[in-house]
Design a protein around this ligand. Structure first.
Ligand code: B3K
Ligand code: ZN
Length: 923
């Protein structure tokens, strides 16, 4: 029987805690199998709450002693909670001492205190602190922490915790101690301990305001040469937050520590961020451009939490997006600001939207759909989702769109002025934004705007344009709808900022003059773009003095997280692709054209697929982009990357994965063949990027050269050409950096060339001692296009490889997630064997690490939309997992919701206007 609660937690049941904890004094005797934790706390009753017993959360702890004010006391256990009833009366503080032990070596869940490579690490968010000691383990209980760590000095020379080192020294028997004091109050989820053999790259900096700080990046000995980029990213983060938001580093010492066993990407513990090595370590020989980018953005993200999350934290876990949506928005802005050129900024925006569409849109349309502020959970770990993070960031971005960049800054200032040191809600954030911008539309729109927090599902904006040449008017009809989602059959209208322009034949933006009456909605923007704020189910905009028929460019910059449904002709999309002044929509037009081709091919009743799915005009447009003298390589690469299998699948009511994949393949073969000379030109043009620099210009060149090489290998394998695979192999061997090396290996694997095997063997020999590079070796083989139906046997073989381990999340994911989430055609097999494999691995992994298992469980999110025979086989596999009686809450919740998808009502996507809706949405 698994420990833990089995009840659902509901947002509306929130009540403040019955006790406050003011101080916590922890002493750890660190030992791999039996760590002793002495916890001395000062508590007092919360005068606002009726007298209640003290209930302390615990999980897999061995309790040895409980003292109140130094005296023994009675207590009882309620499940995993420790309950104390006979406590001092009144509201005076009292002392509670609790002595427990735990077993870090057995901690395969990697929550609480665990071991990685012989060193101790902790992970407490969301509910891991209770695995270290008994506590009121919820984010609105904020305390001052003092921590003493005692351990064997030879094995654990470095002893770290949050805040400042106030004492250290030797103990008997080869042991030593370190005492840390955190000057800031914090919730328990931000607590951290690290102990082990670590070395640090250090940098002292003086911030803009003159403060001196010590920055440290701790890694295992031998990895120091991979920490320069992380340190630079941290320095940039400190400077950026001060410059853009006036938020300084509030600590003398800021530490980052890397571990190779970590469920998440990283964790923002106060002053002691703990990172998955994947987001710290980077050197050109083992990390790709994407890795360098990810290090920068995750270092930024965790650092920015220091204010958005740590100084102002969440009242309860339903408010998770308060810190995560806001902090993702901030890390996106950070990366965009560092990108420096407008084109590089646009590339960042496009990349963020690709991520949103590939993960969040399917989530919003599947069984796990939930609002940005969820209403209930069984296991909070399941709600660290792209809805809470990425859609949450889009919600924050819409505030900025509505009040402008300066207005947004004012709102942030007011938010910190009001709430520094508090645990608050998404409503508090929204109110600060509105109150700081009294002259904007936000105060009026706020109650309706907040539906973004309460309604799940991706809204659809439908647009229809009509040009009247005689009257010189252009009429744009906009309407919004949102499909039903679990528990929410009917939606109320959203506030949707629609940034738009009218594009003339020569590509110029026409001046925008709205007919009298609609002007109140306009936010003056002289550039030829305006933001119309759609609040009603439908609206009509009439533009006057329009001399020629324009093409509307809508949702510019992806101004809201919606799907746009506009009945463009191909000619109109080609105009936008060639000429729109908005880079995002230029890219988007290309995507829509590609999507249209794929969907047309898929909807045709003929069994055989069209030989040339792409028409000449589209091919010519792509050629023009590829050869364009002024466009950046990174932007070109994005335009030339047509929608992937998952994005195509997402558009279909019923999906046949093998057919989708076949269409995608046909498109890529046609592109490779008909642009063959252009790819060769591009490869020669872009392949040299000089000494490795991870900057946007050179990484864009590598990306485009990599695409070109891959296309040339596809063409070569179709035509039995040996030259290009030979060149790819040579490049794989000679590459001066991992990006080029992996692109060349990917090109060989992707076209199924026999040289791929030789390259893989060589890669393994080169990188077998580098865990992160070895993860790539595993995942690349699994992500490869499934031309021969041979992926599953490869996956099975890889799981038996001596370097494979289910216990290391990165390694487990490199094979299992890559297969189940990342290879549509490899996973969805006609014989259902992929699903059998999935069920076995979920069950196996759940016993070790429920968080990683429940992520894997989500690979079946879309099963109800599968065509037969996939659907039946998928259901059987899901039911087999569901029949297990000892599932963790994590997996149980995902599987239960997944199975419920069958019962989803038929779509009826009307928006219902309801004048009382604000109250409902916010109650
Ligand atoms: N706050 C952590 C996430 C922790 C995940 C807990 N299951 C990292 C982040 O979002 O910054
Ligand atoms: Zn975060």
């Amino acid at each position: 029987m698994r420990e833990g609660h089995t009840t659902v937690t509901r947002r509306l049941d929130y009540a403040p805690p019955a006790f406050w904890i003011d101080t916590v004094d922890l002493t750890f005797d660190l030992d791999p199998t039996k760590t002793r934790v002495l916890n001395k706390m000062t508590l007092r009753r919360n005068p606002d709450q009726a007298a209640q017993p003290l209930k302390l959360d615990g999980d897999e702890l061995n309790l040895a002693r409980v003292l109140v004010n130094g005296q023994g006391t009675s207590f009882r256990m309620e499940g995993e909670q420790l309950v104390l009833e006979s406590l001092p009366e009144g509201h005076e503080p009292f002392e509670l001492e609790i002595f427990t032990t735990c077993n870090p070596e057995k901690n395969t869940k990697l929550m609480g205190l665990f071991l990685s490579g012989g060193a101790f690490f902790t992970q407490c968010e969301a509910e891991g602190f209770r695995r270290i000691t008994y506590f009121i383990d919820r984010p609105d209980v904020m305390a001052s922490y003092t921590v003493t760590l005692r351990a064997d000095k030879a094995k654990y020379p470095v002893l770290l915790s949050n805040g400042n080192l106030v004492d250290e020294g030797e103990l008997e028997g080869g042991r030593h101690f370190a005492k840390w004091q955190d000057p800031h109050k914090k919730p328990s989820y931000l607590f951290a301990v690290v102990a082990g053999q670590l070395v640090a790259r250090e940098q002292r900096i003086i911030s803009r305001s003159g403060g001196e700080h010590l920055l440290q990046v701790y890694v295992r000995p031998g990895d120091l040469d991979q920490t320069e980029h992380a340190m630079n990213s941290l320095i940039h983060s400190v400077l950026w937050d001060e410059a853009r938001f006036g938020l300084p580093l509030d600590l003398e010492r800021f530490m980052i520590v890397a571990t190779s066993d970590f469920n998440a990407g990283a964790m923002e513990n106060k002053g002691l961020n703990i990172f998955n090595t994947k987001y710290v370590l980077a050197k050109p020989s083992t990390a790709t451009d994407a890795d360098f980018d990810a290090v920068e953005s995750v270092i930024g993200h965790e650092y920015f939490h220091n204010w958005t999350g740590n100084r102002v934290t969440c009242r309860d876990w339903f408010q998770l997006s308060l810190k995560e949506g806001l902090t993702v928005f901030r890390d996106q802005e950070f990366s965009m600001d560092l990108a420096s050129t407008p084109s590089a900024r646009a590339v960042k925006r496009i990349e963020n939207v690709i991520d949103l569409r590939s993960a969040q849109f399917p989530e919003d349309g599947g069984p796990m759909a939930h609002p940005v502020r969820p209403d209930e959970y069984l296991e909070i770990g399941n709600f660290y989702t792209s809805t809470v993070y990425e859609k949450g960031a889009e919600v924050v971005r819409m505030y900025q769109t509505l009040v402008g960049r300066d207005g947004f800054r004012k709102g942030m200032d007011l938010y910190f002025q009001r709430h520094d040191g508090q645990a608050v809600t998404c409503d508090d954030f929204a109110q600060a934004l509105a109150d700081a911008n009294p002259d904007s539309d936000l105060p009026r729109l706020l109650p309706q705007f907040k539906r973004w927090y309460s309604q799940s599902g991706t809204p659809v904006v439908k647009a229809e344009g009509n040009y009247d040449a005689a009257a010189r008017t252009y009429t744009l009809k906009l309407s919004q709808s949102c499909p039903p989602t679990p528990g929410q059959p009917v939606k109320e209208p959203f506030v949707i900022p629609v940034r738009l322009g009218l594009v003339a034949e020569d590509g110029r933006d026409l001046p925008l003059r709205l007919e009298q009456g609609s002007l109140s909605q306009e936010q003056g923007e002289p550039t030829g773009s305006m933001t119309y704020v759609l609040t009603e189910p439908q609206a009509t905009l009439t533009f006057v003095d329009v001399g020629s028929e324009p093409v509307p460019s809508l949702m510019r910059g992806f101004s809201a997280p919606v799907k746009l449904d506009c009945n463009y002709t191909s000619e109109q999309l080609l105009r936008l692709l060639a000429k729109d002044s908005d880079s995002f929509n230029r890219w988007e037009a290309g995507q829509q054209l590609g999507l249209r081709v794929a969907l047309n091919a898929l909807s045709s009743s003929a069994n055989a697929l069209p030989e040339r799915p792409l028409d000449d005009a589209y091919i010519a447009a792509l050629r023009e982009v590829l050869r364009h003298p002024d466009l950046d390589a990174a932007f070109k690469a994005l335009v030339l990357s047509l929608p992937d299998d998952d994005y195509i699948a997402e558009q279909m009511e019923e999906m046949d994965p093998q057919r989708i994949h076949a269409v995608r393949e046909a498109i890529s073969v046609q592109l490779a063949t008909e642009l063959r000379d252009d790819w060769e030109w591009a490869y020669e043009q872009y392949k040299d990027t000089g000494a490795y620099q991870p900057d946007p210009v050179s990484s864009g060149r590598r990306s485009l050269a990599g695409m070109a090489l891959s296309a040339l290998c596809v063409w070569a394998c179709k035509t039995n050409d040996a030259v290009w695979p030979g060149k790819a192999y040579q490049r794989f061997k000679d590459a001066g950096n991992m990006t080029d090396r992996l692109n060349a290996l990917g090109a060989l694997l992707n076209c199924g060339h026999e040289l791929a095997e030789r390259a893989l063997t060589r890669y393994y020999e080169l990188f077998r001692a580098e865990p992160l590079a070895l993860d790539k070796w595993f995942s690349l083989q699994v992500l490869t296009s499934d031309r021969s139906g041979n992926i599953l046997p490869i996956v099975q073989k890889l799981t038996r490889h001596p370097d494979f381990s289910l216990r290391t999340p990165n390694r487990a994911r490199s094979v299992l997630s890559s297969y189940c989430h990342g290879n549509l055609a490899g996973f969805h097999r006609l014989d259902g064997a992929g699903y059998t494999f999935w069920a076995d691995r979920v069950i196996e992994l759940d016993k070790l690490n429920p968080q990683v298992a429940s992520r894997l469980a989500r690979a079946m999110d879309q099963w109800a939309r599968l065509a037969q025979p996939y659907r039946q086989a998928a259901l059987a596999a899901i039911e087999r997992v569901a029949a297990k009686t000892d599932l963790s809450n994590d997996v149980r919740e995902v599987i239960t919701r997944t199975l419920a998808a069958e019962a989803t009502d038929a779509p009826s996507s009307e928006i219902h206007e309801d004048s009382n809706s604000e109250q409902k949405a916010n109650s």
